[in-house]
Design a protein. Structure first.
Lengths: 256, 254
């Protein structure tokens, strides 16, 4: 009996030590180098914070960002820009890259939904989604070619709302900027954008049952020069608890 | 000299060749005759010509004032007038919003008292194009006015011509080549305006979506449409250059 117990303890110690020093198993190497991440404009605020956490976790790495409308970042990958990781604000945009075998195995890592942004003081006195139909109102949306615009189209049709926007901005941040400046009375943007803008802008909530959302996929670009680090960043954004905590803090929901 | 010179030539020409090579010729007639494309082209021609007219109306007198050093601090004034030419266009757009937006420095007053707003209107597009393009006319024409000796104006004055008559009958005809060169540069800059327009005036088909904005918007959904529209702009630019070549070259040799 005594021998058996001693043997078991010894085995447990060996297994435990093995777990403590994973490099002893030979598989993992220390990640290093730089990554270029192209991401949807709505990730402008949250991604640098996640990158900070990543760089702290893996010293010697550096993440560079390039933010634009989702279609623009996908276009950059299609035309061969030196990008390692791409994150878009919609699955259809990502599927273009998947179909062309330009990106590998996208992971859904966040979910966003829409809200009605108004300048501080809400000068047009918007109270609900139905109010954005009012004549003479300066309503801004994103172009239907970018995810926030596609979501706005879906939102209007879901709620049987007929609108006459005055501008179709090509990314959500420029739309929000024109609401903040007071040049637009209303803009249909992501919840996370108004959160990020803080007190510079007000918003009118859209009830959950009327709202529409978009999910964010992230993937390694197949041509990446640093595939190991790229995949590690993709996994970090999706699975790491710190990363997911940061996403929650910025107002993104779980997509699963 | 030869090799770097040829590098410059290749560098400038290859992208244009690539654009032509990538043009979807089968779909081309359909794309450029679509209502959206025609609307964008119409809007581009309208706004660029309006901007050039405004630039001529105000820029030609300004160029003369600078050339004749009528105002104090001419050097400083010239620098101020040229700034929009050096500014990134998107910065010009932000500056215009801060000045003429609904809550802008001047825009607030116009909106509160006269209910006038510029963003999201065709007039806003014209203003953005004028802002970025007028300096081209002013500096080109100032050079023309400067190279014209003042004795012609003096002679006309001694013969009893009024200053207005001197300007329109003596000064302006003598600087016509520089004026035409300046107007063409100004117009081409206005036609190509993108950054200030999308920042200040927004992007909506038929109202503010000029050709460059249509190209950028099409790039988001259909690349071949963007390329076809780009080719139209290229053809328009080259067409104007060829059409005005004779006069344009005169200014180079005079």
């Amino acid at each position: 009996m005594n021998k058996i117990i001693r043997g078991l303890i010894a085995m447990a110690l060996i297994v435990g030590l093995g777990a403590l020093f994973p490099s002893a198993s030979g598989a993992a190497t220390k990640p290093n180098g730089e990554l270029t991440v192209s991401a949807a404009a709505s990730l402008t605020d949250v991604f640098p914070v996640i990158a900070d956490a990543f760089q702290k976790r893996f010293p010697g790495t550096k993440i560079n960002f390039n933010f634009a409308g989702s279609s623009t970042v996908m276009n950059q990958v299609i035309t061969g820009a030196p990008v390692d990781v791409i994150a878009t604000a919609s699955e259809p945009t990502m599927s273009i890259g998947v179909a062309a075998a330009l990106v590998a195995r996208p992971l859904l890592f966040a979910k966003n939904s829409m809200t009605i942004a108004v300048p501080s003081g809400n000068p047009a006195k918007i109270k609900s989604l139905a109010d954005v139909q009012r004549g003479g109102l300066l309503l801004g949306v994103c172009d239907p070619a970018v995810p926030c615009g596609a979501a706005a189209v879906e939102l209007f049709s879901k709620n049987n709302i007929a609108v006459t926007p005055v501008t179709r901005e090509l990314d959500v941040r420029s739309l929000l900027g024109k609401v903040i400046s007071g040049d637009l009375d209303v803009g249909i943007v992501y919840i996370t954008d108004v959160r990020a803008a803080g007190s510079k802008v007000e918003f009118v909530e859209i009830p959950l049952k009327d709202n529409v959302g978009t999910t964010y996929p992230i993937a390694m670009v197949s041509d990446s020069k640093n595939q190991e680090l790229a995949q590690r960043f993709v996994n970090f954004v999706r699975f790491n608890t710190t990363s997911q905590g940061i996403l929650r803090a910025f107002g993104f929901a779980k997509p699963w | 000299m030869l090799v770097p010179g040829l590098v410059a030539l290749i560098f400038l020409v290859v992208p244009l060749i690539a654009l032509i090579a990538q043009t979807p010729w089968d779909a081309f007639p359909k794309i450029i005759s679509s209502p959206e494309a025609l609307e964008a082209l119409r809007l581009s021609l309208l706004t660029s010509l309006a901007a050039t007219s405004l630039a001529a109306l105000f820029g030609i007198p300004m160029a003369w004032l600078l050339a004749r050093e009528v105002l104090p601090f001419t050097g400083l004034l010239r620098a101020l007038v040229i700034v929009p030419l050096l500014l990134p266009p998107v910065v010009s757009g932000v500056a215009l919003l801060e000045a003429l937006g609904r809550r802008g420095l001047v825009g607030r007053f116009l909106y509160d008292n006269f209910d006038i707003t510029f963003p999201f209107t065709t007039l806003g597009v014209v203003i953005a194009a004028t802002f970025v393009a007028m300096p081209f006319l002013i500096i080109t024409l100032e050079g023309g006015f400067r190279s014209l000796h003042q004795r012609y104006e003096d002679a006309a004055a001694t013969l009893g011509a009024s200053s207005r008559r001197i300007f329109f009958r003596v000064t302006l005809p003598m600087v016509a080549p520089a004026a035409i060169a300046g107007l063409v540069l100004c117009w081409a800059r206005a036609l190509g305006e993108f950054g200030a327009t999308i920042t200040f005036a927004g992007n909506f088909p038929g109202v503010t979506q000029t050709m460059p904005l249509a190209v950028y918007t099409a790039l988001e959904s259909d690349r071949s449409v963007a390329i076809a529209l780009s080719l139209v702009l290229l053809v328009v630019s080259v067409g104007v250059l060829v059409g005005l070549r004779g006069r344009y070259l005169q200014t180079r040799t005079s």
